[in-house]
Design a protein. Structure first.
Length: 370
């Protein structure tokens, strides 16, 4: 949030500079009545401010956000206008200086409104999710697909999910991202494989890596497979990204599975000791949506016990998961990752055996559709 405050300050300084320039030229030099030029000037700055905030500060834009931004500006510009009029009529100072006073006084209130009311990440918006994942797709894909991350995927995740039972089955990997080693393992099997993601860029990446793969760009809730059901559905780190609506997604997954079909879920779990710093990280890192959060295993099982029964549940992941799999979130350079990753990957199976679940970062849950 601190970076956003600085960026907001920069945008407002640009905005202020333009306002000072035009109020000085139009008001103080040409003596044009401020009641004529000032509303027009504020209107012009609305669009400039939106473009700058959307691109550089909050990195999010949509028709809904634009509408909220206009409402935000109408409110603050009316407040700004009457505040300016009051100062201009009651104090004998330059109009440019009056503008400076008004802007500085209202700045913090403008920022709070932008942060929490206008550019807040709508937890129910597929459009916002798509915008976020399209923005981070290339970086996300690069740190999930270096040779160390792929090795971790294979040894710790894929080998604990994929079995001979997957052969010749109709399989869906939902929320697949840009396709990783797990996707590759499924792709190389003799299966009828479909992959699904809401992001255009992620789907493009999957199609580039795996020619001929059936890749669908859609949110899971909107996905319609024309009444064909799957034998197996896998979600690797996707449910925690729709955290407030997990049960809705579970209901949808049930409709996509055949009776006795298998659902494999790999997600960060909320009872981990690492969840406390995770919450803070998600809150302030602009690469995450507000709807992201670790999953409560007990609630997931209990809330969906009428449609799924548990076949297997295990916990995995210690520091290898954090600094190999999630190295991109910590902005760790690949040169440094090359040094420590081989050792952490070797140690990870040992930690998985000896540590209690509270020291592990994620779980793998196998469910069977009723």
């Amino acid at each position: 949030m601190f970076k956003q405050m600085l960026s907001t300050l920069n945008v407002n300084l640009i905005n202020l500079a333009l306002r000072l320039l035009f109020t000085f030229i139009l008001g103080d030099v040409f003596k044009i009545d401020f009641e004529i030029y000032y509303p027009l000037l504020l209107t012009l700055l609305i669009y400039i401010g939106y473009l700058l905030h959307a691109k550089y500060t909050f990195k999010s834009s949509s028709k809904t956000i634009l509408l909220k931004y206009v409402i935000h500006l109408i409110f603050f510009n009316i407040l700004d206008y009457f505040f300016f009029v009051y100062i201009n009529q009651n104090f004998e100072i330059l109009e440019a200086f009056a503008t400076f006073i008004v802007t500085c006084t209202l700045w913090i209130f403008r920022f709070l409104s932008l942060k929490f009311l206008v550019f807040n990440k709508d937890i129910n918006s597929d459009e916002n999710s798509r915008n976020l994942y399209n923005r981070i797709a290339n970086n996300y894909d690069s740190f999930h697909n270096d040779k160390f991350s792929q090795k971790y995927y294979k040894e710790i995740i894929s080998n604990n999910i994929i079995t001979d039972d997957f052969d010749k089955k109709k399989i869906l990997e939902a929320m697949c991202g840009g396709g990783n080693q797990f996707t590759k393992s499924l792709y190389e099997l003799e299966t009828d494989l479909t992959v699904l993601d809401v992001s255009d860029k992620f789907i493009n990446l999957v199609q580039e890596k795996f020619p001929g793969i059936n890749a669908v760009r859609s949110s899971l809730l909107d996905f319609n497979n024309e009444n064909e059901r799957f034998d197996i559905i896998c979600i690797i780190g996707g449910l925690h990204e729709v955290h407030p609506n997990i049960d809705d997604f579970m209901q949808k997954l049930h409709t996509l599975l055949k009776t006795n079909g298998k659902l494999y879920v790999m997600e960060p779990h909320s009872s981990s000791l690492f969840n406390i710093p995770r919450i803070l990280w998600y809150k302030f890192d602009n690469n995450f949506n507000n709807n992201e959060g670790a999953v409560s295993v007990s609630k997931l099982i209990k809330n969906n016990s009428d449609i799924f029964k548990v076949r297997n549940l295990k916990y995995y992941g210690f520091i290898g998961y954090l600094f190999v799999m999630q190295s991109g979130n910590f902005r760790i350079p690949i040169q440094l990752k090359k040094i420590y990753s081989p050792l952490l990957i070797k140690l990870e199976p040992i930690f998985n055996k000896i540590l209690p679940k509270y020291f592990k970062t994620f779980f793998i849950l196998e469910l069977e559709s009723k």
